[in-house]
Design a protein around this ligand. Structure first.
Ligand code: ZN
Length: 235
């Protein structure tokens, strides 16, 4: 195995890539395998694909990209056979804006030699239900926040004893404060996290885009921190 994969629930995994501590999620159904985000480089993508074969015995059939930042999308060409789902902004980042997105990656320390071809998503969407074979996952845009298009992936439990798992993308971060940039909507973000909490409920495992898995109480604290930041900006 190239990376450490944490088991979050029955056939639900995630790893934290060493470069920028990005979360990559994995959900295995009876027939299909879903990957959530795909890292920055083709080297990372190849290592992930290798690990997926070891963990599941199969290849990635579905890829959801949560938002347009380079560390979540530039590995996409490493999963050439997968059906790719993402908001329109991700498709733009991987086509018309690719030069700028690659420059950002290099600015953060990515090796240009490891940035190769990219592949844009065939399915541009904000809501979807994906059937992985006896396992359905739900994809939705819970509202504006880190960007104006972040997706979450909701994995319901297979038995009452199992937790629900929510992949939150960068709407939630554990290893640092939430990343606010020019695309972010700090005023809307707390309401978006209320929606995330409503979807996941009190007992879900919340998987941040960067950092360790957290619980609902942590997400509420991050919501309150953002509410305070929004008040500062108004004041
Ligand atoms: Zn981001």
């Amino acid at each position: 195995m190239h990376y450490d994969w944490e088991s979050l629930a029955d056939a639900v995994y995630r790893c934290r890539l060493p470069f920028l501590d990005v979360t990559v999620g994995l959900v295995q159904g009876v027939s299909d395998v879903l990957l959530i985000d795909c890292g920055t480089s083709l080297l990372e993508a190849a290592a992930i694909a290798d690990d997926v074969r070891t963990l599941t015995g199969g290849t990635v059939t579905h890829l959801v990209m949560t938002h347009h930042h380079f560390d979540h999308i530039l590995g996409s060409a490493g999963f050439g056979d997968a059906q790719m789902y993402a908001p329109g902004a991700v498709a733009e980042a991987l086509t018309t804006r690719i030069g700028e997105v690659r420059e950002q990656a290099i600015g953060y320390g990515a090796d240009p030699a490891e940035l190769g071809a990219v592949r844009a998503p065939q399915y541009r969407l904000q809501h979807a239900d994906l059937d992985l074979g006896a396992r359905r996952v739900h994809v939705e845009h819970p509202g504006r926040g880190h960007t104006d298009h972040d997706l979450i992936v909701v994995v319901p439990p297979t038995t009452p004893a199992q937790p629900a798992v929510l992949f939150c993308g960068d709407l939630v971060e554990e290893s640092a404060d939430p990343d606010i940039d020019a695309d972010s909507d700090v005023r809307a973000w707390p309401l978006t996290l209320d929606r995330v909490l409503a979807v996941g409920g009190p007992d879900a495992v919340y998987v941040p885009g960067h950092g360790a898995c957290v619980d609902a109480a942590f997400v509420r604290r991050q919501r309150d921190w953002l509410t305070a930041r929004a008040a500062d900006r108004r004041g």
